[in-house]
Design a protein around this ligand. Sequence first.
Ligand SMILES: [Zn+2]
Ligand SMILES: [Zn+2]
Length: 396
Amino acid sequence: MPRLIFTHVTAILPDRLIEDAQVTCEKGRITAISRSTKRHPADAQVIDGRGAYISPGFIDIHVHGGAGADFMDGTAEAVRTSCRAHAKHGTTTIFPTTTTGSPAQIHAMLNATCKVQKEHSIANGSRIAGVHLYGPFFAEDKVGCHSLEGRRSPTPAEYRAYFDTGIVRVATCAAELPGAAEFYTESKKRRCLITCGHSNASWPEMAAAFKKGMRHVDHFWCAMSNVSSVRARCGVPMRGSMLEFVLGTADMSTEVIADGCHLAPELLDFAFRLKGPRKLCLVTDCNRALDQPPGKYRFGAESDGSWFESDGKVGWAPNGSLASSIVGMDRMVRQMKKDTSATLPEVIRMASLTPAELTGIAKQTGSIAEGKSADLLLLNRKLEVRRVFIGGQEFR
Ligand SMILES: [Zn+2]
Ligand SMILES: [Zn+2]
């Protein structure tokens, strides 16, 4: 692999921009960040960015599929199709995410993901850093667009078998379910980012989960508790909910679906101002309708996932509620920049370094820094993805 040099680019670092920068990569890693120079080694591949942004590749910790495929289809081809679709949108590191479903369906997904992860090919698109075990351990009253039949409470025999595949890096469970405490303890032993989602948990239940290592909440404001939903379950006095617990606890992180359809600008900006760029991630929560025409699709497995309708902007469940996004991370980045007070380095951080830190991969990737993998994007001034590099190799 020849030396790869990007010149005349505006480098987006986690805390600042560097104009007229040069980024040098060797053997798939970033080796230097400097001002642009005129002379380059004869054997180097030089890419003149002509003022384009160079950004770290995006990292998506919550994503279900794309280009017609859902990770829960459970085949290697569905995994490859989804990873390629998201690479086109700038995601260089991906955490394929389970939905509710049978143990057999979840095992099929984990096996297919392990297989593709081992293949290590640029042609497969985004690099798989691990699986987000998301469904099936959701609360019955907060399953959202997932199939209700496929949800259940955690039992050690079931989840240990998932963890034993070695690929689970993010683990979700609703905090109020019986067995949640043991699930969190096991997830912590397996060094996962532990998250509470699709839950109607009260503050005391969140506080107990926090003691077990839970530190993150999935898609803020979506399928989670609020004071009234907790009152409906637990009565009076009114109790704090997941919302107050996340906003009131500095060590809690969360994520937003910034597709312009799920959350209005004031909520996106509120989440950013309250949690800051180190504790708020952008996620796509994208389903198989990414880059597909409007129409009816299944959320989760092709065989028996719940139906939703894509209108070309977002997914809709039959009951009129939203059924996750249909756009890539590039769109989330543009929306966040437009709708909030976050600076460009802060927006990019929420789509790269912050998810890398939360999942323990920040030494390898997540920012433009010497020694890290050359996972890089060239973005034009409108923040549209022009070229994608994963480990120094171009994805086309
Ligand atoms: Zn969800
Ligand atoms: Zn989701």
